[in-house]
Design a protein around this ligand. Structure first.
Ligand code: PLP
Ligand code: TYF
Length: 397
């Protein structure tokens, strides 16, 4: 009956995690999956989350269904976090927002909506990008291509090539962008570069889809939305998928949002209704627990400030690891420039290691990173950083 079903070999990043778990060496280090670990190597439970969770238990909240598009307070909080409090687009009702199953769910619902209402539109993702971007969009029936992005020679962006590429795309093409903390490279455009890119996107009538999964891990919660706010400011319609997996450390609760900034409130009303219809047909309504927790953290000034502090503790720990890695490598291999480790933003770093060097790190040292040379900086801590830096120096020699 099922002989012809094709075997799915799994996601390469998640499969690497499984391999890591089975490794018996005590010296092993996991720098694969994009999860924030604290200095003890644990996935933290944020204090601001604990506080809200105990309130929910105390109040004995029933496990009721949520509306198709999620809690109204949650949707509003997402909009404010992304666009800023009292933004004109919010107050004039031009933003359609739904709660989603993490950032992935937001991408998928957004892609379903695009496929249904703009069936000719092709999507363009950065080369390279998070692998699931391609799977999610293709899974919704959209043709996906790559735009030039990372330049291994400069460890920067192929900026001229990218601008040139954008100018020749069909009107209405979807450009998937990472507003901050690019996954997998850690290389983000500067504000000036964003201004130029968004101008081209506007002039060529392209549609930006901003996927923000690491808000707060780059510069800060506000600055990390620069590209999103700039796009709205210059009058673009923007799709935004956001995730609370990393910055609230709520991975398994599946909390995210999809927002679409529309030209008018009437269009936003139509879009909102269709997003709800898409949800109805896919999974009916979003998970309630994470929605209640996040909406409480974001809606109360004191807990919001507490959360902000905790995000910056995570951000600063990652930065410290970047500096230490840089120091050790630069001392050990002085004729090579490792300053890119400090310049890159967010959880990830493209190390410049080739697949053979990555394989050696795994087999000889039990240091796991993604085959393309991406390492998750948040897997480093004060107990393993010297070991990892020395191992990296050995394979780089
Ligand atoms: N977008 C990017 C760029 C990511 O790195 C991730 C990582 O998990 C996601 C979206 C999806 O996040 P979530 O786990 O909330 O689905
Ligand atoms: O890039 C990462 O490591 C994170 C986590 O299918 C992740 O975004 C990786 C693969 C996947 C889902 C999440």
């Amino acid at each position: 009956m099922f002989q012809n079903v094709k075997y799915y070999p799994g996601d390469p990043i998640l499969s690497l995690m499984d391999e890591y778990k089975q490794d018996a060496r005590t010296s092993k280090v996991n720098l694969g999956v994009g999860v924030y670990y604290d200095d003890n190597g644990h996935v933290p439970v944020l204090e601001c989350i604990k506080t809200v969770e105990s309130q929910l238990v105390e109040e004995n909240q029933p496990h009721d269904y949520l509306p198709m598009d999620g809690l109204p307070a949650y949707r509003q909080a997402c909009q404010k976090l992304l666009l800023g409090k009292n933004h004109e687009a919010i107050t004039s009702g031009r933003v359609a927002t739904i709660a989603s199953l993490g950032g992935s769910g937001a991408l998928r619902v957004g892609a379903e909506f695009i496929h249904q209402w703009f069936p000719q539109a092709k999507a363009y993702v950065s080369n390279p990008t998070w692998g699931n971007h391609i799977s999610i969009f293709e899974g919704a029936g959209i043709e996906v291509h790559k735009y030039p992005y990372y330049d291994p020679k400069t460890i920067g962006i192929k900026f001229t090539e990218l601008k040139q590429f954008l100018t020749q795309l069909d009107v209405g093409s979807i450009i998937l962008l990472h507003p901050c903390c690019h996954n997998p490279t850690g290389v983000d455009p500067s504000h000036e570069q964003w201004d130029q890119l968004l101008d081209i996107i506007k002039n060529k009538q392209l549609i930006p889809f901003m996927d923000i999964a690491y808000q707060g891990f780059g510069e800060d919660l506000e600055t990390d939305t620069y590209a999103i706010r700039k796009a709205v400011e210059i009058g673009l319609c923007v799709y935004i998928s956001n995730s609370f997996s990393k910055n609230m450390s709520l991975y398994g609760e599946r909390v995210g949002g999809l927002s679409i900034v529309c030209p008018t409130s009437e269009e936003a009303r139509l879009v909102q209704s269709q997003l709800k219809f898409t949800v109805r047909r896919l999974y009916s309504s979003p998970p309630a627990y994470g929605g209640h927790v996040v909406s409480r953290v974001l809606s109360n000034t004191k807990s919001y400030e507490h959360w902000q502090q905790e995000v910056y503790i995570m951000r600063d720990r990652i930065r410290k690891m970047r500096s230490r890695l840089y120091e050790v490598l630069q001392t050990k291999i002085p004729d090579r420039d490792f300053s890119y480790f400090i310049k890159q933003r967010g959880m990830f770093s493209f190390t410049g290691l080739d697949p053979q060097q990555v394989a050696r790190l795994k087999s000889e040292y039990g240091v796991y990173m993604v085959e393309n040379g991406r390492m998750c900086m948040a897997g480093l801590n004060s107990s393993n950083i010297e070991y990892v830096a020395n191992a990296m120096a050995e394979v780089l020699k």
